[in-house]
Design a protein around this ligand. Structure first.
Ligand code: F3S
Length: 644
């Protein structure tokens, strides 16, 4: 809608306002015999209102009825009119504007002082005729600088008088400026009185200012009002302008192409008429806007703004400012299948949409928010590629050769090789998961983007590695996952870095393979035994001191103790027997029985439980000697003693 602005000063000036009020107050006093000498102002509406209240308009004093109160209007009159009124005996109200009366005084005084009077103005205007009427035929009226130039070239010398120059109060200030240039400056016999009313000049300069900032001006005032005509001329210099008397004329004006319209008004235009013009203009534009909106066409593919009018479980209903009802189905609101329309938009939201389908007959328009999001999102995708930014997205589907990830409404294809999933894994595992990716390829013309999740995890791993080496030190403990096993140890992932736990470090017991203690996927608490930052090698420890069976053994056992032990292995020179978990003792072949044994297997077998006596402990060498024979000898000694 066009913007409408009213000039700072527009309408009734002080003099006109005073004159009109004087007439109305006379009527209010009950005087029914009032006549104005000419229309009180050049405004048909005010004049007709006064007429309806019984106020007559007469052209001359002779037309006045006996006793009728005459009103001299703001323009003022010549001296002979006052004389006529006095002679006829009619009472009168002098509504001459004080600024006009000042000009009367100047010209009278200067005439008496022997000056010749020059009057800038329109000789047919009542105000100028009134001024002339105070000059005793001692004057010349000029309309512009050309008239004045001619006066100086042809008539000035003949007057052989000093000159006093005045101007009609509503004289055009621009022309007045040109006239002043024509006046000889160094002639002290020439006096110039700037009698242009400030109200007029102010109104004109405000109108000039406003007309420069708008596309069209509407000047309101009587068709005969000279100050309105001058205002109109001032405005015409800056933009297309229209002179109207009241709001009813607005409908014929061509203001369609104007975005900003200014209003000004002549001195005789009452405030209520200006207001009426302003209001009517606003109504016209409102109506035109509504009309234009209701006929506004939309096209498939067009981008429009809309307001969410309602939301249900399957769609959002949108007002796009036309006669159509707009619908955005859920699938066109978002790619995220977990969301409902209310999760995406709310009633009252302003949204950017793209028209996807129009049904004029049913007055329905189908729209898509997702497509706009895609357009905007694609700019972000392009930027992210340039800046190598990590983007967040949701995996929306598994397609041939990879997955599609929705990032800010844009579908980014991630090839299977870039998902970071092992070949044995199914891509379905990623469905609906939130992932981070880097854009590795963009085709702007086809609006396609390729991303890589692996690039992010790789970068994250490298960052984790750097952080690990930064803080790693011997003795520091970590929780890590067993990644793989070999015959000599287990590899443990410490968060991007693999360390190895040697088989001897996996258990205090003697084991043949790490799988006797751990398996891939187990989480172990390990500590760094040895660190070689340069070679990037880490040896990990897993056994804990508090679990050391030798410490327990030392605390609980001594030489001479008789214990139960389980045969765990047999060798040609004896058998190893487990005393406690992690501590085995050796029964030398000579200590198996109280007679000679040639083959250990003939006497003992693995898993057999035997009573043994601890005969020697070497903690440093972690060697324990145990003996069955010692017990047998003890028994034989005891039996011999009993027999004696
Ligand atoms: Fe008086 Fe100035 Fe108005 S001279 S009538 S106040 S324009």
């Amino acid at each position: 809608m066009a913007k409408i602005k009213v000039a700072k000063t527009a309408g009734f000036c002080f003099g006109v306002d005073r004159a009109v009020k004087l007439v109305y107050s006379e009527i209010e006093k009950g005087n029914k015999n009032v006549a104005t000498l000419g229309p009180i102002i050049h405004n048909a509406d005010v004049v007709s209102d006064l007429k309806s209240k019984g106020v007559r308009i007469v052209d001359s004093v002779s037309e006045l009825k006996n006793g009728e109160t005459a009103v001299i209007r703001s323009h003022g009159v010549g001296r002979e009119i006052y004389t006529q009124l006095e002679e006829k005996g009619n009472p009168y109200i002098d509504a001459t504007c004080p600024f006009v009366a000042r000009i009367h005084k100047i010209v009278r005084e200067k005439t008496n002082e022997g000056y010749f009077i020059l009057i800038a103005g329109d000789k047919n205007h009542p105000e100028v005729q009134g001024i002339v009427g105070h000059c005793d035929e001692n004057c010349f009226v000029f309309k512009d600088e050309f008239d004045l130039k001619e006066f100086f070239s042809k008539k000035y010398k003949k007057t052989e008088k000093k000159l006093a120059i005045v101007a009609q109060t509503t004289y055009n200030i621009l022309i007045w400026g040109e006239c002043i240039k024509v006046v000889p400056h160094d002639d002290e016999n020439i006096l110039v009185f700037d009698t242009i009313c400030n109200a007029t000049s102010q109104r004109q300069s405000d109108a000039a200012l406003l007309s420069k900032e708008v596309d069209a001006m509407v000047v309101v005032g009587g068709k005969n009002s000279s100050n309105t005509i001058k205002l109109y001329n001032v405005c015409c210099e800056n933009c297309p302008s229209y002179h109207i008397e009241n709001a009813s004329e607005l409908y014929r004006l061509d203001l369609n192409n104007a975005d900003k319209i200014g209003i000004t008004a002549g001195a005789s235009t009452p405030a209520y008429i200006i207001k009426e013009v302003q209001n009517t203009m606003e109504e016209i534009f409102d109506f035109e806007k509504e009309l234009e909106q209701s006929f506004k066409k939309v096209h498939t593919g067009e981008r429009v703004k809309g307001y969410i009018a309602a939301v249900n479980n399957s769609e959002a209903i949108v007002d796009i400012g036309t006669k159509h009802t707009g619908y955005v189905p859920l699938a066109e609101l978002t790619d995220d299948q977990t969301k409902k329309p209310a999760d995406v938009v709310s009633v009252g939201d302003e949204v950017d949409l793209i028209v996807t389908k129009i049904n004029d007959q049913e007055g329905i328009v189908m729209l898509s928010k997702k497509k706009v999001d895609e357009l905007l999102g694609f700019d972000n995708i392009t930027k992210a590629k340039e800046e190598e930014t990590v983007l967040d997205g949701t995996v929306i589907s598994v397609v041939k050769g990879g997955i599609l990830v929705s990032v800010d409404g844009v579908r980014v294809f991630v090839p299977a090789s870039q998902t970071g999933l092992g070949r044995d894994k199914s891509l379905d595992e990623l469905l609906k998961k939130n992932v981070q990716l880097k854009v590795i390829e963009v085709n702007e013309s086809r609006r396609r983007a390729v991303g890589s999740i692996k690039a992010v995890t790789k970068a994250q791993k490298e960052a984790a590695k750097a952080a690990f080496w930064e803080s790693a030190e011997e003795g520091k403990t970590y929780k890590g996952e067993v990644k793989s096993l070999t015959s000599y140890g287990a590899f443990v992932d410490l968060g991007g870095i693999d360390g190895m736990v040697h088989i001897s470090e996996l258990s205090w017991s003697r084991i043949k393979h790490p799988n006797q203690v751990v398996k891939p996927g187990d989480i172990l608490e390990v500590y760094i035994k040895e660190l070689d930052k340069e070679a990037g090698r880490i040896s990990l420890g897993y056994k804990k001191a508090e679990d050391n069976p030798w410490v327990k053994f030392e605390a609980d056992y001594k030489v001479g103790d008789v214990v139960k032990a389980t045969i765990v292995s047999i060798t040609p020179f004896g058998a190893f027997a487990k005393i406690i978990e992690g501590v085995d003792g050796l029964i030398h072949i000579s200590q198996i029985a109280d007679k000679r044994v040639d083959n250990v297997n003939e006497v003992l077998s693995v898993g057999q439980e035997v009573d043994v006596k601890i005969t020697e402990i070497d903690l440093d060498a972690k060697r324990i000697s145990i003996s069955i024979r010692a017990l047998l000898e003890n028994t034989a000694d005891a039996e011999e003693t009993d027999a004696e």
